[in-house]
Design a binder for this molecule. Structure first.
Ligand code: FES
Length: 330
């Protein structure tokens, strides 16, 4: 039986105090959240993120960038994006010390392969945040790694000094291109030769993500990991591909069956039918709505599940059925 929403909310969310806001680079602030009574926070692993409830109905996901060894605080960093949907502006303008802020417990869609021989990390600008947590962890575990940090200039590179402090000499490589990627890191050259048991992690803006994906295309897919902080633009589907059709959804726990019309959003249909489904990013990026599927054909449209996870899970905020009956563990 699923627990009522309020009960589940208490298990999955925390109300924390914003203890510090610090300018880390041009347009980038860091935010440190702590428990009001000084208690330890739920542990997290490198690559994890939290949802921050910035204002009613405005929830955004931010990677934790402090050391996973720390239990007394969560630190996120946010680049103010004037052209964005308003989340980063809200963080920069509305959050003040010592506001109480609702955040989710940490979730990790970008876990670190700690047993790897070596880790190569590529950060584009604010994409450094999950990779900084990885640097802390890799240093603690003495795993071989290198971080290539690409930014327009040092004034835009948050945490550069801190990274150089925590990392051994020679592991942090900064590439400042003055705004012209052609003058920056040659990603294709860096990733030209796949190395045994070496994993690649990358995170950054859309053009950087594409350059990394292209450069790593010949690496075994299980060695390549990325995290998008915005849903990438999708190419238009070729005509006739994945026809939009309605379908049925059977919820095994409640015994309910509902019909989802062609073009209808599955998460919204489930919530309208009273199914206990939480959503956050509504973009297939955060994993909040991830649900186990038990049968039926699925049109996966998320950016977080790999092929093996897709065998058992789906994200109804962006994915849906392809006709017939979809069976969900709800
Ligand atoms: S709500 Fe974020 S993946 Fe569905």
């Amino acid at each position: 039986m699923n627990a009522p929403l309020a009960e589940r909310d208490a298990l999955t969310h925390l109300e924390l105090v914003l203890r510090q806001v610090r300018m880390e680079a041009t347009g980038i602030n860091s935010y440190e959240f702590v428990d009001a009574d000084g208690n330890d926070l739920p542990a997290f692993t490198a690559g994890a993120h939290i949802d921050v409830h910035i204002a009613p109905g405005v929830i955004r996901q931010y990677s934790l960038c402090n050391s996973p060894e720390e239990r007394h605080r969560y630190v996120v960093a946010v680049l103010r994006d004037e052209a964005g949907r308003g989340g980063s502006r809200g963080m920069h303008e509305a959050l003040r010390v010592p506001n109480r802020v609702k955040v989710s417990v940490p979730r990790n869609n970008f876990p670190l392969a700690e047993g790897a021989e070596k880790i190569i990390m590529l950060a584009g600008g604010i994409g450094v945040t999950p990779l900084k947590a990885m640097v802390h962890r890799l240093e603690a575990k003495s795993v071989a790694y290198e971080l290539h940090y690409c930014a327009k200039g040092p004034q835009y590179a948050a945490f550069e000094a801190e990274l150089r402090n925590i990392a051994c000499i020679g592991k942090i490589h900064c590439h400042f291109d003055g705004g012209d990627p052609k003058k920056g890191l040659n990603i294709a050259k860096l990733l030209k030769h796949p190395e045994p048991d070496t994993h690649i992690y990358y995170c950054g803006p859309a053009g950087f993500m594409q350059a990394c994906a292209d450069a790593a295309a010949h690496w075994p897919s299980e060695l390549v990991h990325c995290e998008h902080f915005k849903a990438p633009a999708k190419p238009a589907s070729p005509e006739g591909e994945t026809p939009a059709v309605g379908y049925s959804v059977k919820l095994v726990r409640t015994g309910t069956t509902l019909t989802v019309a062609s073009g209808e959003n599955l998460a919204e249909a489930l919530q309208a039918a009273g199914a206990p489904l939480e959503t956050s990013c509504n973009s297939g990026l955060c994993g909040t709505c991830k649900v186990r599927h038990l049968g039926g054909a699925i049109d996966h449209q998320d950016f977080i599940l790999d092929e093996s996870e897709r065998e058992n899970y789906m994200t109804p905020c962006v994915s849906g059925g392809c006709g017939g009956t979809l069976v969900l563990d709800l």
